[in-house]
Design a binder for this molecule. Sequence first.
Ligand code: ARG
Length: 235
Amino acid sequence: FTAGGGGGENTIVPGTASGFPPFEMKEGDEVVGFDIDLLEAVVAETDYELADWEDLNSFDSLIPSLRNGNIDAIAAAMTITDQRDENIDFSDPYYSANQSILVREDGDFQPSELSDLQGHQVGSQSGTTGESVIQGMVDEGNFQESNYNAYDTYVLAVTDLENGNIDAVVLDEPVAASFASERSVSVSFVYETGEQYGFGVRTDDDELQTALNDGLAAVRESGTYQDLTSEWFGE
Ligand code: ARG
């Protein structure tokens, strides 16, 4: 174990995909947010150390980057899904979320259920569970694939929504609330998905997975977890 984070064998590279407030967002050159603070607090409880954060350009590249060793852990508000679980391992859950449907504030389009989205232009971030909700409607024949708009980040999707290029965005509820408080958009309805976020690690990294789970338990126990949720969500 090398003290000082100088790239010793217990130094791990954390990866995220910013543009997902308040979990991860850019502040100047730095990436800040709940996930950043939480993973740092969790790792501080272990024998590991964190190297500088890798902020990937797309959410889609997180799992490939983890698998090929460019990063060692994912902290990106990533929902634990069966499909992802086939390729990586997850820590214990650290946050729960549903999906929200964002529309223009004071706009005419105020959907109240998924079927209301039919015939409208809808966006989400590529590779997310928001996209899966839309894909599910397409698969059931309730939504036209050509009305779906995929974005590299939700920031771009929300900008297109504000500009009137699309009519709705499907995204995680806490992030929708964050955009609604800062941009000219509002939550039209919540679609319950019962998602849980976990930190991602490689499937052969049992030791890190166990350490992160122990670290998570420790920060819940110490009150740090609660402090961070108050700080970032006002809960
Ligand atoms: N929770 C959703 C998912 O896992 C969205 C995550 C998007 N995260 C991000 N950092 N952009 O698919």
